[in-house]
Write a protein that binds this ligand. Structure first.
Ligand SMILES: Nc1ncnc2c1ncn2[C@@H]1O[C@H](COP(=O)(O)OP(=O)(O)OP(=O)(O)O)[C@@H](O)[C@H]1O
Length: 578
């Protein structure tokens, strides 16, 4: 019921149109009710009395009825399509808006394909159900009530006999409805699984090919495909059973009517025209019963989809503004961690007792083995996650007390892998600050050593890059990311050094660009190569979530501990590589 009410909230803005649509549907459906009555009049009066004038009037009337029916049919279809599409657009936007608000942790726990299927499959299921069910529901409901009324008017005993079968049919529909709801839920989940495997394997096609796992993936896909088939068939089987059962029950009723009605005509209690009209109304009746059962199935399906959509909308983002959070004023860039502990999963600490002091403009390098927690430290600064205990301050202000937006606006991130959006090089750099002028964008590209290669591309800054555009090299992508960050002009920077090696020339260009970017800003550099961080003001050496050493390169080398060892390992492997 709750789901119905919530769906109704989306329908509310379109209620005037919906009323108009329902009027159109009722008017169009009422044509089904006129025809048997007209036939009764023709047989009992016009044909019996050979009344030519009335015959002409009736013939003209039928044409007019069908003309009007056509007009109302147009109205119902157009209006319902409009309302259905509008509601779907609203729901889809609501889900998408909510997706943008949800925290990173939400995405990490779920597969991309599943999330995509909420916006595609579920919303589409809802749309079909909304439009078709309202039209069918009103048309058939109206035909049902109108036909029953006319039947009782013609012969109430015969009508009672007919509707004895109705509770039987209703009960059957009820039982099937419950089962259908379960099977359609499973069906939607299976469809989401397929999308999910598909999405995963398409984006990982390189990995699949490099491991020669095509057959393995085909097998996996076929498993999901088959599971989907099973779920679809279960649903189809129920649907296939429902119709014949309902039809059989209806047929038994019709036979009874012909027998008893025939007796009444023979006994002179009923005219021939009335019996024919009565039978036509009964036929009218079987259609709504059949269709209404389908509407019922459709409603169950859409409720299942709606429930999944509402579950998404009900998920609260983990990272939220505190009540009364204020905007972070323009910062100088003093970043401090105060005894911060953090874990992704309760009971498995990822960071323990982290304390860091970075003065404005300083470069802090974080080094350590893979999995030591370097990225996690960086993730806490823009509040992608919140510490479990301890706190982080910027210019002495606890970052939990300010709005997330104002905090992230002042932090620049250059990730390991640059994500390019479909669009021109210009647009991709502008992502750093949407109101930047063309000159500012070109300035940023120049500072990031990106101007030259962009200018050399066929359409310069207008060249399409990203998934569907020209491919850029690793170093070029990084320079686009650096240009973005320069444009954003943040006081605090987080650099995740790319692990993939660049050639010396490209490396030099990237390093130069990074140096320009970092100058004057507080920067946290997640370093994989020690050569780039010698001049860092502080180097933090991480081991299993703890800072085990900190100091400058010289201090740490002199200390001869973990950093020294890391250095020796890298130095000797570099030498070996040469
Ligand atoms: N989103 C997550 N959910 C659960 N555990 C995570 C998540 N991200 C990282 N971890 C775990 O936390 C630990 C620290 O990971 P982190 O990414 O911070 O290490 P890192 O030092 O940056 O490693 P690398 O150099 O390989 O990038 C690892 O054991 C990792 O498996």
């Amino acid at each position: 019921m709750n789901t119905y009410l919530r769906l109704l909230a989306f329908v509310r803005p379109y209620i005037p149109r919906l009323i108009l649509a329902v009027i159109c549907i009722m008017m169009a459906a009422s044509a089904n009710l006129y025809i048997p009555w007209i036939l009764k009049e023709v047989i009992d009066k016009v044909l019996a009395d050979k009344d030519l004038l009335t015959l002409n009037i009736i013939a003209g009337g039928i044409v007019v009825v069908f003309l009007l029916r056509g007009i109302f049919f147009y109205g119902q279809t157009y209006l319902m399509a409009y309302i259905g599409q509008r509601i779907i657009i609203d729901i889809r936007s609501a889900v998408y808006r909510h997706f943008q608000r949800l925290s990173l942790s939400y995405y990490e726990k779920r597969q991309t394909g599943t999330l995509m299927s909420y916006v595609t499959n579920d919303v589409a299921a809802l749309q079909n159900a909304l439009v078709d069910n309202v039209i069918d529901g009103v048309t058939e409901g109206m035909t049902l009530i109108g036909s029953l009324g006319a039947m009782f008017y013609i012969h109430w005993k015969l009508s009672l006999l007919t509707i004895i079968t109705l509770p039987l049919v209703a009960q059957t529909i009820n039982i099937f409805g419950k089962k259908l709801r379960t099977t359609s839920h499973v069906m939607q989940e299976r469809a989401a699984d397929i999308t999910s495997v598909l999405q995963e394997t398409i984006s990982a096609i390189r990995v699949i090919k490099s491991f020669v796992r095509e057959d393995h993936e085909i097998q996996r896909f076929e498993n999901e495909n088959y599971k989907n088939f099973r779920a679809q068939m279960k649903n189809a089987q129920l649907m296939a059973l429902l119709t014949p059962i309902v039809e059989f029950l209806s047929a038994v009723g019709v036979t009874l009517i012909i027998w008893y009605g025939g007796l009444e005509v023979i006994n002179g209690n009923l005219t021939a025209g009335s019996l024919i009209a009565f039978l036509m109304y009964v036929v009218n009746l079987s259609n709504p019963i059949k269709r209404l059962s389908r509407v019922y199935g459709g409603i169950q399906r859409s409720l299942a989809a709606a429930q999944r959509i509402f579950t998404v909308l009900d998920t609260e983002p983990e990272i939220q503004n505190m009540p009364g959070a204020v905007a972070l004023p323009a910062i100088r860039g003093e970043v401090a961690f105060h005894s911060v502990d953090f874990s992704y999963k309760t009971g498995e600490p990822t960071l323990q007792d982290i304390s860091i002091q970075a003065r404005p403009g300083q470069m802090v390098a974080i080094v350590g083995a893979s999995g030591a927690g370097k990225t996690t430290i960086a993730n806490l600064i823009p509040r992608f996650y919140d510490p479990c205990s301890g706190y982080i301050s910027i210019d002495g202000i606890d970052i939990k007390t300010v709005t997330v937006e104002s905090l992230r606006e002042q932090i620049g991130i250059v990730p390991q892998e640059t994500v390019l959006f479909n669009g021109s090089a210009y647009e991709n750099i502008r992502y750093g600050r949407l109101d930047a002028t063309r000159d500012e964008i070109i300035e940023a590209a120049k500072a990031a050593n990106a101007h030259q290669f962009i200018s050399r591309m066929p359409e310069g800054y207008e060249t399409q890059i990203g998934e569907r555009g020209s491919k850029l090299s690793g170093g070029q992508r990084q320079r686009i990311a650096i240009a973005r960050a320069i444009l954003k002009n943040p006081r605090v920077l987080i650099l995740d050094e790319a692990t993939s090696a660049l050639d010396t020339e490209s490396e030099k260009l990237v390093q130069e660009a990074l140096d320009k970017l970092m100058s004057g800003r507080t920067s946290f550099v997640i370093a994989h190569r020690l050569s780039t961080i010698k001049r860092a003001h502080v180097i933090l050496v991480m081991e299993k979530g703890r800072i085990v050493e900190q100091g400058t390169h010289e201090q740490l080398m002199a200390h001869g501990g973990a950093y020294y060892n890391l250095h020796q390992v890298q130095f000797s492997s570099n030498k070996a590589a040469r």
